[in-house]
Design a protein around this ligand. Structure first.
Ligand code: NCD
Length: 299
């Protein structure tokens, strides 16, 4: 099995993964041996802190070794070797491939080329399925359910793969989704209506924040690397900031999640508030990815 899109799995699969991840929380501290002797290849062609390091931690905590590819300049890609040949070669060394690339579809291509399981750690603005599993796991842990929870997705809904994956995952579980972004960064209307039809949900669309009915505020940064016009990205980054003022009227138990990295879309004052739970969310990256690796890698 590969994990390329959150569409590759269903609620039953996700709930059973949550059960494994919950057991992994202890092993994420003490370590286990279920993948001892296995090798996980991590191929990151875009910057990453959490995804790369939590996959590597997850592998190590299960007793597997990590083969980290990169930097590109030190590999035969610098001599002009193709990405396809690089993937085929690494597939001969490892038991699973975790790949991130700026081009949409790269992980799917890798899955077609590789005999071993491939996990998409982000392909351009398209998908980031393990981030969504972590996000859903965090919501389920902190709110004790996903169905019916009021989740506001706030920020760059046009380019952020974390949002593109999560909206689908939330719809699968029938959360109440509100999409909040500047007009220039709205989610693709066709994609939204397809998801609405598929799961029989209706999403609310807003161009400004009103957190009064919000239980989970899920924020992401403006994805400036996917903008053709950097001036426009910088302008939107400044305009769309979550401040104490913009959160007036929010419920006491509203939580703020973020896939991270955060820049200045969250004001320093809000970042210090006890609503912020994104470092806990980032920490769940290890048990959730341990559960994913254990499920995908053949014993
Ligand atoms: C996200 C990504 O790379 O898509 N980061 C992550 O994996 N936690 C979010 C982002 O870069 O904004």
């Amino acid at each position: 099995m590969d994990l390329i899109s959150i569409r590759d799995v269903d609620t039953k699969w996700i709930l059973s993964l949550f059960a494994s991840a919950s057991k992994m929380e202890k092993l994420a501290r003490t370590g286990g041996k279920s993948l001892s002797g296995k090798i996980v290849g991590t191929l990151f062609f875009e910057p990453s802190t959490r995804t790369r390091l939590s996959f590597q931690t997850a592998a190590a905590r299960l007793g597997a070794s990590v083969l980290n590819f990169g930097p590109t300049e030190a590999s035969s890609l610098a001599k002009g070797e193709s990405l396809s040949d690089t993937i085929r070669t690494i597939d001969g060394y490892v038991d699973a491939i975790v790949i991130r690339h700026s081009l949409e579809g790269t992980a799917r291509l890798a899955a077609q080329l590789a005999a071993h399981p491939v996990i998409n750690a982000g392909d351009g603005g398209n998908q980031h399925p393990t981030q969504t599993l972590i996000d859903l796991y965090t919501i389920n842990k902190l709110k004790h359910k996903i169905k019916g929870v009021n989740v506001h997705l706030v920020g760059d809904l046009k380019y952020a793969r974390a949002m593109h994956s999560l909206v689908y995952g939330l719809a699968m579980f029938k959360a109440n989704i509100t999409l909040v972004s500047p007009p220039a960064l709205e989610m693709d209307a066709k994609a939204v209506s397809e998801i609405e039809d598929e799961f029989g949900v209706k999403m609310e669309k807003r161009n400004s924040l009103d957190a009064s009915d919000c239980e989970v505020l899920y924020v992401c940064r403006i994805q400036k690397e996917r903008f053709a016009d950097q001036y426009e990205a910088a302008k939107l980054q400044k305009e769309f900031q979550i401040t104490a003022e913009s959160l007036k009227g929010a419920k006491n138990d509203m939580i703020i999640l973020h896939p991270l990295p955060k820049l200045d879309e969250i004001s320093p004052e809000v970042a210090e508030s006890d609503k912020v739970r994104y470092f806990e969310q980032a920490a769940y990256g290890v048990p959730v990815r341990m559960a994913v690796l254990e499920r995908l890698i053949k014993k």
